[in-house]
Structures are given as C-alpha cells and as structure tokens.
Design a protein around this ligand. Structure first.
Ligand code: FMN
Length: 142
C-alpha cells in the first residue's frame, strides 16, 4: 500500500546555504533504500515537501524529517493512502520556486481525503502542474 505525505515548515537560520544541499543528498540516499520518492519546494524561508512510498519506508522518512533541527513549525498537510505515485522520478529533489508557489501549495487544500482520491485534491493538482515541466523527458535515442 502506497502512502503520500506532505507538510510545510520554516527553515532554520542558515539552512539555505551549503546545509540544504547536503540534506537533499542524504535524504535521496535514505529515500532510495526506503522506496520513497518526492520533491521539496522552497522559497528561502518556507519549505513544502511531498513524499510517497510504502507505509513502512515512508514512516521512517517522516521520523527523520520530524527529528531534524534544520527546520521548525512542521505542519502536516497530507497523510493518506494513494493508488499510484505522482512523483516517481526523484528519490528527492529541491526546487527553488519562490514564495507564490510555496504559499500556493501550502494553502491549496489537501484535506479532502475520503471525499476524493489524493490525486484529485486541489493541492495535488497544483503540485503536479508545478512539477510536470521538471520531470525528465525520455530521450528519443534511448
Ligand atoms: C527540509 C528537510 C527535508 C528532509 N527530507 C528528508 C527526506 O526526504 N528523507 C530523509 O531520509 N531525511 C530527510 N530529512 C532529514 C535529513 O536527511 C537529516 O536526517 C537531518 O536533516 C539531520 O538532522 P539535522 O537537520 O538536525 O542536522 C529532511 C530534513 C529537512 C530539514
């Protein structure tokens, strides 16, 4: 069973320097083992992160995120089963999208579980439209 999890938080002072780069590469390494994929969208102050994967792997990742002192005021936005991966391409990636996109995602409405599948929530639709242009495209010569 796949689960999806998303949250917002505030970066600790200094995070957007070298430290976040190393967090993203450590995170990708752990997520690869846990079977988790996702993305982090940041604006210099706030963080929005979406992850998905098998429940046990996802839980281990969420615990690591909760325990990190590199961010504060973590607020869960989504924690629900999902039928298929929406972001299969990255174990973790970071996109500097600016404030409008990050606050749009945080306020998009993720809370409608039970009423319709995660994939059709306003938040997920917005996230997909933001990420789609960054998805790797298959090379014609592959
Ligand atoms: C914004 C943010 C996102 C993170 N995402 C992940 C993740 O996707 N997978 C993971 O295993 N750990 C994740 N972590 C945890 C880090 O990999 C690392 O374990 C943690 O930052 C180390 O603790 P510290 O920040 O207190 O030094 C994240 C941490 C932060 C701050």
């Amino acid at each position: 069973m796949l689960r999806a999890f998303a949250y917002s938080s505030f970066a600790a002072p200094g995070l957007f320097d070298e430290k976040l780069r190393s967090i993203v590469s450590q995170s990708a390494a752990f997520n690869r083992i846990a079977g988790v994929t996702g993305a982090m969208l940041v604006d210099g102050t706030r963080i929005f992160q979406y992850i998905e994967g098998p429940s046990d792997g996802l839980e281990a990742v969420v615990r690591r995120i909760e325990q990190s002192r590199s961010h504060t005021l973590m607020r869960p936005l989504l924690d629900a089963p999902t039928a298929q991966r929406a972001v299969p391409y990255w174990a973790m990636t970071r996109l500097d999208t600016g404030q409008t996109v990050v606050s749009g995602l945080i306020n998009a409405g993720w809370d409608e579980f039970g009423q319709r599948p995660v994939a059709h929530s306003p938040g997920m639709e917005l996230l997909s439209s933001v990420l789609r242009p960054h998805f790797p495209v298959a090379n014609a010569s592959d």
